[in-house]
Design a binder for this molecule. Structure first.
Ligand code: S3P
Length: 446
């Protein structure tokens, strides 16, 4: 455990560039590892979750190397094995804290004639895997999972995988992607029907790598995504845009700390990810998009964020999939807004790295916020900009990076600070979070 007390701060001023998008980073390594030839990736997130994906792809035969480029960061060079040619890993694949690595890699292994064991940390071992086990079983894979369809589990891939048409029972980009990745090495056409749109990085990137993939909308408005199997992927050069989910912590920080003005460069604004910006604007947040452009096939802009008096709102549950990871940060903003913020339709938050509804309710209440927990969301009555009291003891983060970072931000607008029991999980997605926070504070002192 590495506890830390996050103390009240003056205005945050300056410019930062958040690390690469986690979802896109995972996918670049996986698809690079399946393309024959050399894929080059810049801006890759070097967080623990993505490194777990890199290690797993190496264990299955790909070459994944990091080249240091001095001031211009690093370039990752991946030499893939080809679809259908993944090797059987000799040791269990340790997925650490990463649900995305686990579920997407289960998809890849499921249609290869190999067996792999997946293990993970205490948080990941509590998360449901049935949602991918079910469709992948229909495709011909077999599983020996721990009780409740959890890790550790052994996955035996199909010798002759069969294509399926699968309607997603939960709005999950991980489940969608697992099936599409399994479809890559499955003869025929594999189809996923998505009643509620989720992040579409897999579709975009599969197309970029040359897979035959179509996306249509059916009569009910559902997205129908089909991929032709036994694909041959062509290696790519990829620039990963900044992660909007990481930017969200600094967007909220700049909005709630009086006097702040922060420019966050190179933030990915894929519409399937940008819900938090829309919601914070509806609450009165000043977030300006500067120099909109395209990076790596994704819309990107710099965001200029200024301290704003926020007002509580009822968040439309239809927007949840496009900001599913941003609710912990939003709850902090709501705690400091004027009036009541109501959130609903958040059942999926209970099966993330922690139960983010209950853990954030407990953490914010301990810091002095007025929070009511409901089955599918939180109702928060904000302070109207007055600082929270702060915590006596430490907040329990339950191995959840986003709880740690959200409560760190809450500490900036508190009287006595907010203590977080363990900052180590932050390294899963945002290893430089604490130094960036310090940098914005240093800019103030300078
Ligand atoms: C992700 C999908 C989301 C998200 C996770 C990353 C992805 O999970 O919460 O952080 O990269 O596909 P679900 O598919 O479980 O909603």
């Amino acid at each position: 455990m590495r506890p830390r007390r996050f103390l009240p701060a003056g205005p945050l001023k300056g410019r930062i560039r958040v690390p690469g998008d986690k979802s896109i980073s995972h996918r670049s390594i996986m698809l690079g590892a399946l393309a024959v030839g050399e894929t080059r990736v810049t801006g890759l997130l070097e967080g623990e979750d993505v490194l777990a994906t890199a290690a797993a792809m190496r264990a299955m035969g790909a070459s994944v190397k990091r080249l240091d480029k001095g001031n211009s960061g690093a370039e990752w060079v991946i030499n893939g094995v080809g679809v259908g040619a993944l090797l059987q890993p000799e040791a269990p694949l340790d997925m650490g804290n990463s649900g995305t690595s686990t579920r997407l890699l289960m998809g890849l292994v499921a249609s290869h004639p190999i067996t792999a064991t997946f293990t993970g940390d205490g948080s990941l071992s509590k998360r449901p895997m049935g949602r991918v086990i079910d469709p992948l079983t229909t495709m011909g894979a077999s599983f020996e999972a721990s009780a409740g369809g959890r890790l550790p589990l052994i996955l035996k891939g199909a010798d002759t995988p069969v294509p399926i048409t699968y309607r997603l029972p939960v709005a999950s980009a991980q489940v969608k992607s697992a099936i599409l990745l399994a479809g890559l090495n499955t003869p025929g056409i594999t189809t996923v029907i998505e009643p509620v749109p989720t992040r579409d990085h897999s579709e975009r990137m599969l197309r970029g790598f040359g897979a035959d993939i179509t996306v249509e909308t059916d009569a009910d408005g559902a997205r129908v995504i089909s991929i032709r199997g036994e694909a041959e992927l062509r290696p790519q050069t990829i620039e990963v845009p900044g992660d909007p989910s990481s930017a969200a912590f600094f967007i909220v920080a700049a909005l709630v700390v009086p006097g702040s003005e922060v420019l966050i460069e190179n933030v990915g604004l894929n519409p399937t990810r940008a819900g938090i910006i829309e919601v914070l604007r509806l609450m009165g947040g000043s977030i300006e998009e500067v120099s909109p452009r395209e990076v790596g096939g994704e819309p990107v802009a710099d965001l200029l964020v200024r301290h704003s008096a926020l007002r509580g709102i009822a968040v439309d549950p239809a927007i949840v999939p496009s900001m599913v990871d941003e609710f912990p940060a939003l709850f902090v903003a709501a705690s400091l807004a004027e009036g009541v913020t109501t959130t609903s339709g958040l059942e999926e938050l209970r099966v993330k790295e922690s139960d983010r509804i209950s853990v954030m309710a407990t953490a914010l209440a301990a810091a002095g916020a007025r929070v009511e927990e409901r089955e599918d969301g939180l109702v928060i009555t904000g302070t109207g900009g007055e600082p929270l009291v702060g915590t006596n003891g430490a907040i329990a983060t339950h191995l959840d990076h986003r709880i740690a970072m959200s409560m760190a931000i809450a500490g900036l607008v508190s009287r006595t600070g907010v203590e977080v029991d363990d900052t180590r999980p932050i390294a899963t997605s945002f290893p430089v979070f604490e130094s960036m926070l310090a940098q914005l504070a240093t800019d103030l002192a300078a």
